[in-house]
Design a protein around this ligand. Structure first.
Ligand code: 4LM
Length: 401
């Protein structure tokens, strides 16, 4: 195709190569290894003198189609798929940082990314400073001669803070730092950090990219120089490779990504506005709401607010737990980006890896509840939330009278 495809088209066609039988859908290359016609062919492939598959940990045609699709969507030279989102995060950190290097990350990150940077990286002699990325001067002040990388999510898991990527990219550029954005909550349909100047984008493909709650996967999109290091150090030698079957499922799921992101975002906006008006709710965290600092970036950095929101209730901890237990359409489960709406308690689940001090610094309230808005009819979601909140509404009304 001569001209660049729109993202809605690229999620279906980008990276597709027509196979000789004429199958519309790419076949699944469910094979661990690939046969060489002669020794010289195998040797040439190992030496990088001839293209072609060798062994699935080093590359697989089905996985490669997913990688090409992601590279085109995010606008980078290429992509490398991994067995999970955490494998993608650790691939970037362990593959590109050396002993003695210094990483600056946001105070709030997905719980396991937080434990990776705060507990695992120091074991390998990598220093880490966590700062609030809404304060550019704080990031600048944390830069040392050995600082190599800036790492953030935007919007942040679980409280949806949003950061200005252009500012982060500019700071990184001025100090020769590698800027890395976890784009899981947005997907390239809603946000392309490369456009803002970010060096590397990664995803938990478990979430919206696959979208059907049946795969664990990750992917890193980058330019050539970083890709080569990620392939040789993180994929070949550490080995957290994506299964071809899972790549095939993600390719299938991605065909509806544009439609799904539109619906997730539209419904989340309606749910957020409903909760904001509700007397039993004290605070709603959603970038699409007036008054959220991230709202100003919708239309420039982000196309919409996405499908995740968080809330706090006018209630004590036990009442908040009882509210979650009363929901029926919202399933109590971690993860996000599925067709099913999900609800979870970050302080005891996704962000239980934080100690109390770090969780307070990260701005994660103990009573925070996170919702992942699925693809159900919005009225059914509002009805479920209404019945879940009803006892709280009633007791608040009693207190007033
Ligand atoms: C969750 N999240 O929040 P794998 N980056 C971000 C994430 O939200 C996650 C990962 C990476 C949740 C999982 C239980 C922003 C995960 C890690 O789970 O390794 O694919 O992704 O509910």
């Amino acid at each position: 195709m001569a001209s660049k495809m729109h993202p809605e088209t690229a999620v279906i066609h980008a990276g597709h190569l027509q196979e000789p039988q004429g199958a519309l859908v790419s076949p699944l290359y469910q094979s661990a290894t690939f046969v060489f016609d002669r020794v010289e062919t195998g040797s040439a492939r190992f030496a990088g003198e001839q293209d072609g598959p060798i062994y699935t940990r080093l590359g697989n045609p089905t996985v490669a189609e997913f990688e090409r699709r992601m590279a085109e969507l995010e606008g980078y030279d290429g992509a490398v798929a991994f067995a999970s989102g955490m494998a993608a995060v650790s691939a970037v950190l362990l593959g590109l940082l050396d002993q003695g290097d210094h990483l600056i990350c946001n105070t709030c990150l997905y719980g396991c990314t937080h434990s990776l940077v705060s507990e695992q990286l120091p074991r390998f002699g990598i220093e880490v400073t966590a700062v609030d990325f809404s304060d550019v001067e704080a990031i600048r002040a944390a830069i040392r001669p050995n600082t190599r990388m800036l790492l953030l999510e935007t919007p942040v898991n679980p409280h949806l803070a949003v950061y200005d990527l252009k500012t982060v990219a500019k700071l990184a550029g001025a100090h020769q730092l590698i800027s890395v954005v976890d784009n899981t909550f947005m997907t390239p349909l809603l946000q392309q950090p490369k456009v803002q100047g970010i060096d590397i984008v990664l995803h938990s493909a478990t979430k919206y990219l696959n979208g059907h709650g049946d795969v664990i996967a990750g992917v890193v999109c980058a330019d050539q120089v970083h890709l080569e290091l990620l392939r040789s150090r993180s994929l070949k030698d550490i080995g957290g490779v994506l299964s071809p079957h899972d790549a095939w499922l993600i390719l299938r799921g991605m065909k509806t990504l544009a439609l799904r992101m539109e619906r997730h975002s539209a419904s989340a906006q309606v749910v957020a506005e409903f909760l904001q008006r509700h007397p039993a709710v004290t605070r709603v965290y959603y970038p699409g709401l007036d008054g959220h600092p991230g709202k100003a970036l919708i239309g420039t950095q982000m196309r919409a607010g996405g499908g995740v929101l968080a809330l706090e209730l006018n209630a004590d901890f036990e009442q908040a737990v009882a509210f979650v237990n009363r929901l029926s359409l919202f399933k109590i489960a971690v993860s996000l980006g599925d067709a099913e709406s999900l609800v979870q308690h970050p302080a005891s689940m996704t962000h239980a890896t934080y100690d109390n001090d770090d969780r307070a610094k990260a701005g994660i309230a103990d009573t925070l509840i996170r919702l992942s808005i699925g693809l159900e009819h919005c009225d059914d979601l509002l009805a479920d939330l209404t019945q879940g909140l009803a006892p709280l509404t009633a007791s608040l009304a009693e207190e007033v009278s």
